[in-house]
Design a protein. Structure first.
Length: 226
């Protein structure tokens, strides 16, 4: 992480476009039938237990088995690949994009992902902190724990096999944790965000600056403060 952070450039980006653009892809091979159009507003799962499904996005049919895919995030449909309507697509094919309005906490989290060192998941699998790391976090908290290259920090659980994962990034403290124990993480997605101990004050400046400038980042009439 750079010793100096260009606050104006970072904040300016979110001021001009305070949204996240979420691409939705085919979950598996099959024939597509869209349930939305460009400009439609969609909702994420709701209810106390998130038991109310999000808005229907599309149906995908394979071998007469039909599956309805619903929205996992709220926002507005910014683009739809209408040319794929009724067509057979491969798994992973991009189908549409949702423009999600960022809340304050999401803006902060997005900025942190730009300035922290992100340690990615090597495979799609379930992850856990190693017993030693978990014990130290419970006793002192993640921010008091310094890790360095070569440390065994995480256990990857895949195909009923547990494999130790050794840290390979820059030394520092675990500032952010992006996985939940036992919940699958896609390959390449960040597991943790690490910050050098002597640069923690810069991270705090980022958070403080975003909170102070929140009204300049968004239009309160359209976006909800987080």
């Amino acid at each position: 992480m750079s010793e100096e952070i260009d606050f104006d450039a970072i904040l300016g980006k979110y001021h001009s476009d305070p949204y996240d653009y979420v691409d939705i892809c085919a979950t598996h091979t099959g024939r597509i039938s869209f349930r939305i159009a460009e400009g439609d507003v969609v909702n994420s799962p709701r209810g106390e237990w998130l038991h109310i499904l999000g808005s229907p996005l599309f149906e995908i049919t394979r071998e007469r088995n039909q599956k309805l895919v619903t929205a996992k995030t709220n926002g507005t449909i910014s683009s739809v690949r209408t040319e794929l309507e009724g067509q057979f697509v491969e798994a992973g094919e991009k189908l549409l994009t949702i423009r999600h309005p960022l809340k304050k906490k999401e803006v902060i989290e997005s900025i942190l992902k730009e300035v922290l060192y992100l340690f990615p998941a090597p495979e799609r699998a379930k992850y856990f902190f190693s017993l030693d790391i978990q014990s130290r976090i419970e006793k002192k908290g993640a921010s008091a724990l310094i890790i360095k290259p070569g440390d065994e920090i995480i256990i990857m659980s895949l195909m009923k096999r547990d494999t130790p994962i050794y840290y390979s990034g820059e030394a520092g403290v675990i500032h952010s944790v992006y996985f939940s124990p036992g919940v699958s993480v896609d390959q390449g997605q960040p597991l943790i965000g690490v910050c050098a101990s002597d640069k923690l004050h810069l991270i705090q400046k980022v958070i403080t600056r975003v909170k102070a400038d929140w009204d300049k980042l968004v239009d309160p009439a359209h976006l909800e403060e987080g």
